[in-house]
Write a protein that binds this ligand. Sequence first.
Ligand SMILES: C[S@@+](CC[C@H](N)C(=O)[O-])C[C@H]1O[C@@H](n2cnc3c(N)ncnc32)[C@H](O)[C@@H]1O
Length: 164
Amino acid sequence: MPDLRADQAHGARIYDYILGGKDHFRIDRDAGDAALAAWPALRVHMPANREFMHRTARYLAVEKGIRQFLDIGSGIPTSPNLHEVVQDVAPASRVVYVDDGPIVLVHAQALTEGTPEGRTTFIDADMRRPEEILNAPELLDVLDLTEPVRDEDIAMYGGVARKP
Ligand SMILES: C[S@@+](CC[C@H](N)C(=O)[O-])C[C@H]1O[C@@H](n2cnc3c(N)ncnc32)[C@H](O)[C@@H]1O
């Protein structure tokens, strides 16, 4: 079990708290309440952010034929997760999740249970070191980086999508 650092508020758990999840500590709720006091509309913005991710991912899968997704800063699993959205419309979709939150690692299993046709995996990494993400064996096992990356494929906040 990783050290969850329950003495220190963490972005993934604060987000979970504001979204109405259950994976947070007192210190995260306190930080979340302080954020909400300063910016009450966060209660609306954060679920809207989540819904935007769903719409964008579905659009890329359905309208653009994207089948490979790299979700950096995936957060604590919140259904539907990215792989559930894209594999619902394109079961062979491949998804790599990346986060550096220890609590996210605890839940990584939920992010790797995709369709039999598709692939999903989780990498514990820091987005400030992108080369570690792009060279991770787990990523190279799931995503085909020999495919060209086109500008219009780079779409989601925190995510990179590649043509199938
Ligand atoms: C607001 S949540 C976003 C969750 C999800 N992408 C969504 O749209 O619903 C931000 C996530 O980024 C992660 N994060 C923050 N800094 C990071 C870093 N340097 N490397 C990897 N993940 C990071 C946090 O742990 C958190 O889970």
